[in-house]
Design a protein around this ligand. Structure first.
Ligand SMILES: O=c1[nH]cnc2c1ncn2[C@H]1C[C@H](O)[C@@H](CO)O1
Ligand SMILES: [Zn+2]
Length: 380
């Protein structure tokens, strides 16, 4: 079929598993909250320059420098009103982009500077998520028409020492909007095994969790996340390509050539034990192309490993990571892959169904969205 257009992509129902609340605040909202709260540290004072500042600063080639930009969103998200507002706006923005199900993550421990407790932070975000969902369902003034469900995921920062508390918080709110747990932050030097107690606790509570792994650090991080910690999904996981060879050479020697051969000759590739385990067990990879290009985890969209991993039938999902820092949306990520990666409806359908299958939502609810919403739109 002919190449999908931007409007066609926007209209398709999309599923988003990896999106940070503090990485997706509207630039205008950052400015307004800063003004209301007397936050004087913003690097720009109008929407255009502030948006450009976030995107350019995040475009650093380094995860650590990329993460420094979050100081200015987290800095203005320290009150219940600000958290409720940003959560509501997140839901409206995702719905306007054609997202029908999303899991939005944030680190409650980063929102305590204004005097809120952890429970108050979660309650405020939950209110905002419910506001947004209700407004979309009722077709209220500012809301786009449609239907969206959004769940929260609670993140613990991997360099800090609050993972047990955050894991307990995630279990406490499991019946109230919160669907799971995650760890994030600088990867190098902070292995997930520092948080084994939290993961053990979550497993005993039958709770869901994912781990940012294999983004800025390699296979060891992925191996620990899966085999020591028990992660159900991997945040990014892009470095799993380090465990794949083509004609005896690492695919990373020439990713472009490997991507070219993957469709026609998947049998020419050999998977190491870890890559085979990830594919055999259908461990979902929450891949975020633009974010990876910005942090230097991938050279470009054309040479992004998502194309190879999808062709080799890993359980790939497509995500935004941080819409503000990457100046992106789900539609834009899809469009980039159509435009620069040769993807069509088949690949977009596959990553969308993969994402819904991998969601931390009860099985019957996942199935209903796949059957009633996704299939009619992609197959109709
Ligand atoms: O891509 C990422 N890798 C690791 N950490 C990240 C990424 N994107 C955002 N974070 C961090 C910064 C946020 O403040 C935190 C919670 O959302 O998670
Ligand atoms: Zn992330």
């Amino acid at each position: 079929m002919s190449e999908l257009g931007a409007e066609q992509i926007r209209a398709l129902p999309k599923v988003l598993l990896h999106d940070h609340l503090d990485g997706g605040v509207r630039p205008a909202t950052v400015l307004e909250l800063a003004q209301e709260q007397g936050y004087a540290a913003l690097p720009a004072d109008d929407v255009v320059s502030l948006s450009a500042w976030f995107a350019e600063s995040a475009d650093s080639g380094s995860l650590v420098r990329y993460l420094e930009t979050f100081a200015h969103t987290v800095g203005v998200m320290q009150t219940a009103d600000a958290l409720r507002r940003t959560a509501r706006e997140c839901v409206l923005d995702l719905a306007a982009d054609g997202v029908v199900y999303a899991e939005v993550r944030y680190a409650p421990e980063q929102h305590l500077e204004g005097g809120l407790g952890l429970d108050e932070v979660v309650a405020a975000v939950n209110e905002g998520l419910r506001d947004g969902e209700r407004e979309v369902a009722q077709g209220e003034a500012e809301a786009p028409a449609g239907r969206i469900r959004v769940r929260a995921m609670l993140t613990a920062m991997r360099h800090a020492a609050r993972s047990q508390e955050i894991a307990e918080l995630a279990v406490r709110y499991r019946d109230d909007e919160v669907c799971g747990f995650d760890i994030a932050g600088a990867e190098d030097g902070f292995p997930p095994t520092r948080h084994l107690g939290a993961f053990e606790f979550l497993r005993q509570a039958n709770a869901h969790f994912t781990i940012h792994a294999g983004e800025a650090f390699g296979l060891a991080s992925i191996w620990e996340a899966i085999q020591w910690c028990g992660a159900e999904r991997l945040g990014h996981g892009i470095r799993i390509v380090d465990d794949i060879t083509l004609d005896g050479s690492p695919v990373t020697d020439d990713l472009a050539a490997a991507i070219d051969r993957a469709q026609a000759e998947p049998g020419a590739f050999a998977l190491g034990e870890l890559a085979a385990y990830v594919r055999d067990r259908r461990i979902p990879l929450e891949m975020c192309p633009s974010s990876n290009v910005q942090t230097g985890a991938a050279p470009s969209i054309e040479e992004h490993a998502i194309r190879l991993l999808d062709a080799l039938r890993f359980r790939v999902t497509l995500n935004t990571d941080n819409r503000l820092m990457s100046a992106t949306t789900m539609s834009r990520e899809a469009h980039l892959l159509v435009d620069q990666g040769g993807w069509g409806l088949t690949e977009l359908r596959r990553v969308t169904v993969n994402a819904m299958k991998s969601a931390f939502l009860p099985f019957d609810e996942r199935l209903a969205i796949i059957e009633d919403v996704l299939k009619p739109a992609y197959d109709g």
